[in-house]
Design a protein around this ligand. Structure first.
Ligand SMILES: *Cc1c(COP(=O)(O)O)cnc(C)c1O
Length: 393
């Protein structure tokens, strides 16, 4: 099965670039140049060197012995939690800051919900000495104070979005407005495989270093590049897209995407887009999104800030529609239990986003010889408050 983006930015029925006319020049400039820039030798050299020495790649592929015993399969963890800044997000922001420089852009804007993408963006802007403005909903700023301060320490300006529900979608609107008003000198760093074409594909390519490494590392562990399953959580879908990317054509590798079911998919408090969503346009692309009968975006809910998003990237809508990936969802409670379980069995406290992927292991059935690679997208340090509040450990 082909999981390839076409010229207009579609994966099957999903994708494209649904943007106001005012944004055409910015998006077209990126679309017409990203492929060439990315493939240039000097770009690859600088990107690879920063991934190695700044991010700390390759991240280990770790055989989780006690977790394997528990689930009756060989479970490997791809340790994105060991990346600088604590998650996979920095792979993408490094790629995009290098892209911005080659496009001659002097300033960076971004939007952030929980603040993780904002921190990853502020980090690479500090690294390169580039001005950085991060839009964040005023409510989110209140909820995620440590990340607001992290961004400020790194030298970024955090601007509060005061409209609407004062959360992620309002921050996105503000960032878009800023970009429209500053088309020539500013690059907009989007944090997941979402947004208008070419963002979803560009971000997936930057994150595809994850599956590139898994293939090599699994070969040395198991004598084959191909596991039976690759499991990852999906907010917008960038860590999953990175972990799946070099396996799309290997139909014998089962791709497993895990969404957040919040308080349960029937509770009205969930973020499981493939369960609850319908086709529509969100953040500039056609995808599946949670919406009311008259097309209003429904506020998603998850205990995990990184999965609390009303849509999924178009590539995941395509993987869902075609059946190339299996989709599971895990509730807050299931995820929190899985997070504690990993802490106790392997000495690794995972991000609560990642804990959703771990929770799906409980819903799957394995044969003893199955090889499972689970993308450990981030570490739990940022979630300590949430673990403490939940309290059951
Ligand atoms: C942001 C985040 C996610 C969700 O984003 P994706 O684009 O779906 O990967 C998952 N895990 C961690 C640790 C995150 O910080």
């Amino acid at each position: 099965m082909k999981v390839k983006v076409d010229e207009r930015g579609y994966y099957g029925n999903f994708g494209g670039a649904y943007i106001p006319e005012m944004l055409y020049p910015n998006v077209e400039e990126l679309r017409d140049n990203y492929e060439r820039i990315m493939q240039a030798e000097d770009f690859q050299e600088e990107f690879q060197s920063l991934l190695k020495d700044f991010v700390g790649r390759p991240t280990p592929l770790y055989f989780a012995k006690r977790l394997s015993q528990k689930y009756g399969a060989k479970v490997y963890l791809k340790r994105e939690d060991l990346c600088h800044t604590g998650a996979h997000k920095v792979n993408n922001t490094i790629g995009q800051i290098l892209m911005a420089q080659r496009l001659g852009k002097k300033k960076i804007i971004a939007e952030t919900g929980a603040g993780q993408h904002g921190v990853a963006t502020a980090t690479v802007c500090a690294l390169m000495g580039v001005e950085c403005i991060v839009y964040m909903g005023a409510v989110d700023m209140e909820r995620q104070k440590p990340n607001v301060e992290r961004m400020r320490i790194l030298g970024a300006e955090v601007r509060a979005a005061e409209s609407g529900s004062k959360t992620l979608k309002d921050a996105t609107n503000e960032a878009m407005r800023h970009w429209i008003n500053n088309p020539t000198d500013t690059h907009y760093i989007i944090g997941s495989v979402v947004g208008p074409h070419p963002y979803p594909e560009m971000v997936a390519r930057f994150q595809s270093v994850i599956s590139e490494e898994i293939r090599k590392q699994l070969l040395s562990h198991e004598g084959t590049e191909k596991p039976d399953y690759v499991v990852a959580c999906v907010g917008g879908g960038s860590n999953a897209a990175g972990a799946f990317y070099h396996y799309y054509d290997d139909e014998d590798v089962q791709l497993v995407a895990v969404e957040a079911a919040g308080l349960g998919n029937d509770s009205g408090e969930s973020a499981a887009t493939t369960v609850l969503g319908k086709p529509g346009v969100l953040h500039g692309s056609k995808t599946l999104l949670m919406q009311t009968a008259d097309g209003q975006v429904v506020e998603p809910y998850s205990i995990s800030a990184g999965l609390d998003y009303p849509g999924i990237g178009p590539v995941h809508a395509h993987l869902f529609e075609t059946g190339r990936a299996q989709f599971y969802s895990a509730t807050d409670e299931e995820a929190m239990q899985a997070g504690i379980e990993l802490s106790r069995l392997e000495g690794i406290i995972p991000a609560i986003e990642t804990a959703h992927a771990l929770a799906a292991l409980n819903q799957m059935t394995f044969k003893a010889e199955d090889v499972v690679v689970l993308n450990l997208s981030g570490r739990g340090d940022k979630d300590l408050e949430t673990y403490i509040k939940w309290g059951k450990y």
